[in-house]
Each structure stands twice: as C-alpha cells, then as structure tokens.
Design a protein around this ligand. Structure first.
Ligand code: ADP
Ligand code: MG
Length: 592
C-alpha cells in the first residue's frame, strides 16, 4: 500500500508561480548569513544549552554511583550527599533550561524580524514589470502564508534543532566515556533511523514545495476573482472562476494528503528506533555485565543516558520536518531576492529637459507589442496631448515617457540620457506620472506629504497644500499636519485624496508631468475645482496629457493621435483640423 505523489500536470500549482524560487545554495547562503549576523547570541545559546544538558546528566551518574556502591556491598550509602547534589543539579538544570528557552525564543524572533525586513525591502524595490508579469497573488501569498510558516520555523525550529544536535552529541559523548560498549548498542538502532529518514527526506522537500505552491495558486485564483469582481460579473464568469478555484483546491489537497501520508510513515519509524535502542542497551548491556565488561553502575548510568537520547532525537526529527516546510517557504522568499532590482546609475543625470521617445517598441507580454515604432518629441515647457481610441496605447506610452517601464526596443531619453539607465529616484525628480490612484497612507498628513520630499519644512508643506487649494480644510483639522489620516484615522474624501497627491507633486517638483485621466473619476463640479488646482500645479511645467475631453487637446501645442500603438497624426489643433484626418473626424463627432 502506498500513496503515490499526485500526477504531473503542466498547469499544476508548482508551475503556476512566476516569481523565482531560490536555489538550495542561495537558501543555504542566506541562512548562513542570518546566523553570522547573530553569531554571538547563537554561541551564547549553545553554551547555556550545554550547561543545561550536562546538569541533566547528574541524575544518571549519581544513580549509577549508588548502584555500584550497592553492588560492592556497601551498607553506608551516601544518600544525603547524593540527594543534595541531585537537588543542586536539578536547580542548575532548571535555571539553564529556562535560559535556553528565553534565548532561543529571542534569537528566533530577531532572525524572523531580519528576514521580514530583508524581504520587505526587496519586495518594495521590485521592478513593476516583474509584478506585472507574475501577478500580485504570488507575492501576497509569499508575504502572508510563507512568512507565517517561517515564523514558526525561525522562532522554534532553528534554535531547537541546534539545541537537539548539541544535546545528542553531549549524551553520546558521555555514554562513550562511561561505557564504550553501550555506545555500540546505541548504534544498532541507527540504521533503521537512517533508512527511514532517507526514505522520507527524499520525498518530503519536493512534496512540501508543491503543497506550498498549490496553496499560493489557490490564493492567487481567489484574489484574482475578487479583484476582477466586476469583470467576472459582467461576463458571467462566476461558474468558470469557481471551477478554476475548485481545481486548484483539489490539486493542493492532493499534495496535502500526500505529505500527511509521508508523516504517517516517518513518525512510527522514529518510535521503533527508540524501542530498538533501549532494548539493545538493556539486553546487550546485561550480557556485558555478565561478561564482566562493564559494571552494574555503568549499565545503570548508560541505560538512563540512552533513554535520555529519545527526547533530543525526537526533537531533531520534529524540527527538521518543520525546517523542510520552512525551507520551501524560505526558498520562495529568498527567490524574491534573486530578482534583479531596477538597476540604474544614480550618477547619471540628464543634461536638459526635453523628453524624446525614439522608435520605441513595447509590450506587456513577450510576443504581443502594444507600441510599434513610436517616435515623439516633447519640447521643454510645451503641452502635448495624446488622443485616440481606448486601447490604442496612450496610457502605455505615458508610462514609458515617465520611465515606469523601459521600452523593448528604441529609447526614451530625458535631456539625451536614456531613462532606463537612470536610477528610479533620479527619474522621479524630473518626470512624474499622475493617474487616478491617489493612495492615502495611514499616518499623519505630514508623513503623507513628506513621501514626496523627505526634507521639506512645515512652511513648504503648507505652501504645497495652498498651491492645490487644500490649505483651507487642512487648517481646519484639529491637529494640523499631525492629524492622522487614512484607514483608522480621519477619512479623507476622494477630492481631498487627490489634492494630497497633487500637493506631493508640488513638493517633488518635477519639471515634466504625464497626466493620465487625472480628473475623470470625479463628479464634474469636483473635477472643475480640481482642474483649477491642477492648472496651478502645471504652471511652467512640461505636460503630456492623455486627453479624454477634447478641449484639453484643443489647447495643447502639439496633439498626437495614437491608433493601434502608432502615432498616426501629429500637429497643432488647427493644422490637424485642416488636414481632415482622423483627428478632424474625432473633433467633428465630439463637437457635434
Ligand atoms: P489606452 O490608454 O489608449 O486606452 P492602454 O495603453 O491602456 O490604452 O492599452 C493598450 C493595450 O495594452 C491594450 O490592448 C491593453 O489591453 C494593453 N494593456 C494595458 N495595460 C496593460 C497591462 N498592465 N498589462 C497587460 N496589458 C495591458
Ligand atoms: Mg488609458
């Protein structure tokens, strides 16, 4: 009887991940680095642990001594002295076991905190294109499930495993010193244990990896369904999404059952080993005593020490198992570290302000181009409007001009320097993308504004708020700039959120702005109000506006008509109307 691992399925969860998973060598390297960072605490833990273990051996030795005395026919047993020594040893053991627990837990928490921080820093720095490709579900599942799984491992498994190994080593050493033949008896149990472990650990890691990936893809399917709720509803995709989730859940639970089965084999094997060892020590030890190779006292001490082996051996296996699971999660986290962060030379600075796209090609998927050979020059201080049908590639072109994505071919340059070669912060100082996403972070109004420029003074913050007409309501807040906003604090209206975003822009002070549907979500009155604030922000800057209302286009210096990922017309409003091409048609249909 046996449970076979689930059959290979090309669409199986393991293959659904698109963010990389760390290679074993990378994972080991990372663990070594973590331990190195905490080597003092680790050494202290091991020392404290050794003392606790040595104190725990007092019992067997004292008892062995008494047995020897009895065997030698002593009538005056040193009972009092033995009892006092035993009590002292117990007290020492208690204190040091407590220390082991405390230090083990603290070390574990510290390592976990390090890991979280490392991972968070990397996730935040991931290039948007990577997330675009992998979807955020996978990253989310790594941040939640994998970190949770690792929490247990870091807090417990790493310290406990090290404790167990030292413990076994000390016990075996003591056994060898006390009664070498008994150490041989212990070795009899070893082959069974080794065989069992070999069998288990050959199957376990990949099974646990598949299980974790399976869970991630369940989470990804659910998150995606919820995210795209409107689309799912509009296209009546409900049944299909449910079926997808069910299939993913079935795959995941198949792996879960398989790993469960693996555990039902390994744990009884461990118990059997324990029985074998104790049996061997007693039977062989008895024979050795009869042969006169060892004394009764030695047998007593040895049998007790052998008996004590069970705890740390069980501990090692239990936590080793946990580490297997954790290793999988760790590989998934460390994998994120392997992604090249957006590289850019922070020393590179643009010489000039004109933005140019030169024969740019770009696509979100490897074999589908969204932009084909787009060339556009945005002169400093000018207003350029992008118009065209929905899906033509206007937003995409905007993202490229703002340096959010790098082109597949061709170049987008600022003052002659390719945006792709500059560091992201450097680009952000010059060009900013303004879209409908105005996230208000939980924190004070000040913190929300300082995101844009960390060294701004309060006066500058107020000036920025004033520039976008937000100072009236901001001054009305009880605690001014210190007022807590975002979820949990004061709720800000969408219009206020947009003003905060615009105030950030004023602070960041980029000379070029790409506006994508900046005002389209608001009701007309709020939009007009916002446009006024926006107009003040735009004053004196180069603006590329993705125009939804053609009057924006009308006022622009240059209008670029985007159709099918190409610029089909370029020129001023009057010139384009006179040319009677696509723009003229748009203008006529819009103007009625
Ligand atoms: P527009 O702004 O002119 O409506 P977009 O630039 O948003 O056009 O879209 C151009 C094409 O690129 C469309 O086919 C759209 O489906 C695709 N697209 C846009 N954004 C993404 C994205 N983040 N991932 C994949 N495809 C996208
Ligand atoms: Mg768009």
């Amino acid at each position: 009887m046996g449970v076979a691992p689930p059959a290979y399925d090309p669409s199986a969860p393991e293959n659904a991940t698109t963010l990389p998973v760390g290679a074993p060598a990378t994972v080991r390297g990372y663990v070594r680095e973590l331990l190195r960072r905490h080597r003092k605490a680790f050494a202290a833990l091991m020392a404290v642990n050794a003392i606790a273990v040595i104190a725990s051996m007092a019992g067997p030795y004292l008892l062995g001594g008494l047995v020897d005395d009895l065997a030698a026919g002593e009538h005056d047993l040193p009972l009092e002295r033995t009892a006092v020594l035993f009590a002292v040893a117990l007290a020492v053991q208690a204190v040091f076991v407590w220390q082991v627990r405390l230090r083990g837990a603290t070390l574990g928490e510290r390592m976990l905190a390090d890991l979280r921080e490392d991972f968070l820093v990397r996730s935040v720095g991931l290039p948007p294109s990577v997330l675009e490709r992998a979807g955020t579900g996978d990253l989310l599942s790594r941040i939640t499930t994998d970190i949770d799984r690792l929490g247990e491992a870091m807090r417990q498994a790493v310290p406990q495993l090290s404790i167990g190994v030292v413990w076994v080593g000390l016990l075996l050493g003591a056994l060898t010193v006390t009664a070498p033949p008994l150490a041989l008896a212990v070795l009899l149990g070893l082959p069974v244990l080794l065989l069992g472990c070999r069998w288990y650990y050959r199957r376990a890691p990949s099974a646990y990896r598949a299980e974790a990936a399976g869970y991630a893809s369940v989470a990804a399917a659910l998150a995606e369904t919820v995210d795209a709720g409107n689309t799912v509803e509009a296209h009546q995709l409900g049944k299909r999404r449910v079926a997808l989730s069910e299939r993913r859940i079935a795959e995941w639970t198949a792996w879960e059952r398989y790993t469960q089965w693996l555990r039902t084999i390994i744990f009884p094997t461990v118990n059997l080993t324990n029985l074998l060892i104790l049996g061997a020590v007693l039977i062989l030890g008895g024979a050795f005593v009869l042969q006169g190779w060892i004394g009764v006292g030695q047998l007593t001490t040895g049998a007790l020490l052998a008996q004590m082996l069970m705890e740390p051996v069980g501990m090692i296996l239990r936590w080793y198992d946990e580490i297997q699971v954790a290793q999988v999660s760790l590989a998934r986290l460390v994998g994120v570290r392997e992604i090249e962060p957006d590289t850019g030379d922070s020393g590179l600075t643009p010489r000039g302000r004109d933005v140019r796209a030169d024969r740019v090609r770009f696509g979100y998927h490897p074999d589908v181009d969204v932009l084909h050979d787009v060339t556009l020059r945005v002169k400093p201080g000018s207003r350029v409007a992008l118009v065209g049908p929905s899906g033509a590639g206007k937003s995409t072109l905007g993202r490229l001009l703002a340096g959010i994505y790098g082109p597949r071919r061709g170049e987008v340059t600022l003052g002659g320097t390719a945006l792709a070669d500059m560091a992201a912060e450097q680009v952000r100082r010059h060009v900013a993308l303004v879209n409908q996403e105005h996230h208000v972070f939980v924190g004070s109004l000040r913190d929300n504004l300082l995101l844009a420029r960390t060294d701004a003074t309060d006066a500058e913050l107020w000036a920025a708020l004033g520039a976008v007409d937000a100072d009236a309501w901001a001054r009305g807040l009880d605690e001014g700039l210190d007022s807590e906003i975002g979820s949990g604090g004061l709720t800000v209206t969408p219009a206020q959120a947009q003003q905060i975003a615009l105030a950030r822009l004023v602070l960041a002070d980029p000379h070029t702005l790409v506006l994508d549907e900046a005002t389209s979500l608001l009701d007309p009155r709020a939009a007009r109000h916002l446009e006024r604030s926006l107009a003040q922000v735009l004053e004196g800057r180069t603006v590329v506006a993705i125009a939804h209302r053609l009057h924006t286009a009308h006022d622009a210096d240059v209008i670029a008509v985007v159709e099918d990922g190409r610029i089909s017309e370029l020129g001023s409003h009057d010139a384009l109307v006179a040319a009677a091409g696509p723009y003229a048609a748009l203008w006529r249909s819009w103007h009625g």
